[in-house]
Design a protein around this ligand. Structure first.
Ligand code: ZN
Length: 412
């Protein structure tokens, strides 16, 4: 196996994150600093860095670089940290995208945004454990991996049921809690040929193999926790079919904890509202949902009887204008039709409150063109919208009851 020191010798920037993945601060010399017009930032090259550059599906680190001033200068003029917003590897050189220039020759102290980096280590390591187990169990490959800001998405070229995933999720968590140590190998080309690992493709240069023994072995350049226990927890939050494969979304470590805490808060609020214990909220929800459906059906039935008696009052009344308390659009339609069948003239029902009314108008004898024109004119006069045909229209208006009465020429 090649030693890291040899790898470092042939790389331009020394990758401190491979020597100590938990390094949060480091000192380095600035080798070069140039302005990138397109990216509108300074590209700073160091002789060594603990900043992980974007790669292997893992986003880059963020953090700061601070020029280490001479003792006397530092007291006189405090040094403001330069923000590192992105880190990329180009031609074996790691470039730090900075918001200000740091002249070549300076010494700097780098500080990694550790919360961000550790989150990436938890997600990436959890993904390896899960993918290793899924790929060996279902004889498939991981064909897509995206570590988003909120969610990790993985695609596999095999159909996996939700039940199978639930079993695997439990096994992955058990493996995490058993706290297995990560092994990192730098095999020679010959040794590599003998290894059975994921992501086996024609790779040039030195190949880094990360292994959670018994769960996964994979070619990977990313940063990982050094024992599986530090992943803490893995939670699958969705799965769906994609073509002939399966896409799962998962969360690891603190992300999983935050997600489950948010769900707990929601369930607790629902439980209090429903007077249900937290393990019974779904059962109580289904019971209350059915009760609501039954109640709506009962209301609709009673409303039907009520509308029959109202319609009877307007038998032969001619044109009718009725302004009522709020009803559903369907109820407005029913009441209008029932009165319209009896009154022998035009029936207009407005239901709502204040200055917001749903309406329906029925005029069985109306000339279609004149009826359409009348509805259009009414909408304009009462700030409304809606329409219809064959003597029936429905919509809504933003007008007071007095304005509606005035429009229809009624004072009652
Ligand atoms: Zn990886």
């Amino acid at each position: 196996m090649l030693k890291r020191a040899i790898i470092n010798d042939i790389m331009k920037t020394v990758k401190l994150f491979y020597d100590d993945v938990y390094m949060k601060e480091f000192e380095a010399a600035v080798l070069d600093s140039s302005y990138d017009d397109k990216k509108k930032c300074w590209l700073v090259e160091l002789d060594r860095t603990a900043f992980y550059p974007e790669g292997g599906g893992q986003p880059s680190d963020e953090g700061t670089l601070t020029v280490i001033a001479d003792g006397a200068d530092e007291a006189a003029q405090p040094v403001t940290p330069v923000r590192v917003s992105e880190v990329h590897e180009k031609a074996e050189t790691i470039l730090h995208y900075c918001d200000r220039e740091i002249p070549a020759g300076c010494r700097v102290r780098g500080v990694i945004d550790w919360e961000r980096r550790f989150d990436h280590m938890q997600q990436h390591s959890g993904e390896h454990i899960v993918s290793g187990m899924i790929c060996s169990r279902f004889h498939c490959d991981n064909i897509g991996f995206h570590m988003g800001k909120d969610i990790v998405t993985i695609d596999y070229n095999a159909k996996i049921t939700r039940e199978e995933l639930a079993v695997l999720e439990a096994e992955a968590n058990r493996y995490i809690w058993e706290d297995h140590a990560l092994e990192i190998l730098w095999p020679t080309a010959e040794e590599l040929k003998e290894l059975d690992y994921r992501s086996k493709k024609e790779l040039t240069g030195d190949v880094r193999i990360t292994s959670f023994p018994g769960a996964d072995m994979c070619a990977c350049c990313g940063t990982h926790v050094m024992t599986s226990g530090q992943v803490g927890l893995v939670k699958f939050i969705s799965s769906q079919k994609i073509g002939k494969g399966t896409r799962i979304e998962l969360l690891c470590g603190k992300r999983a904890f935050d997600f489950l805490s948010m769900n707990f808060e929601q369930n607790q609020e629902i439980g209090v509202g429903m007077a249900a214990s937290l393990d019974k909220t779904a059962a109580v929800y289904h019971k209350q949902k059915q009760e609501l459906i039954d109640a709506k059906m009962k209301i609709s039935e009673l409303e039907g009887f009520y509308f029959v008696s109202i319609a009877a009052e307007y038998e032969g009344a001619g044109d009718v204008l009725l302004i009522r308390e709020a009803l559903s659009p369907d109820s407005v339609r029913k009441l209008t039709v029932m009165i319209g069948e009896k009154c022998g003239g035009r029936c207009a029902v407005f239901a709502g409150d204040s200055s917001d009314y749903k309406y329906a108008v029925l005029d069985k004898e109306a000339d279609p063109t004149a009826f359409t024109a009348m509805i259009k004119e009414m909408n304009t006069a009462l700030n409304g919208r809606g329409g219809g045909r064959n003597g029936y229209a429905q919509g809504s208006v933003q007008a007071k009851a007095s304005a509606i009465r005035e429009y229809f020429g009624r004072s009652e």
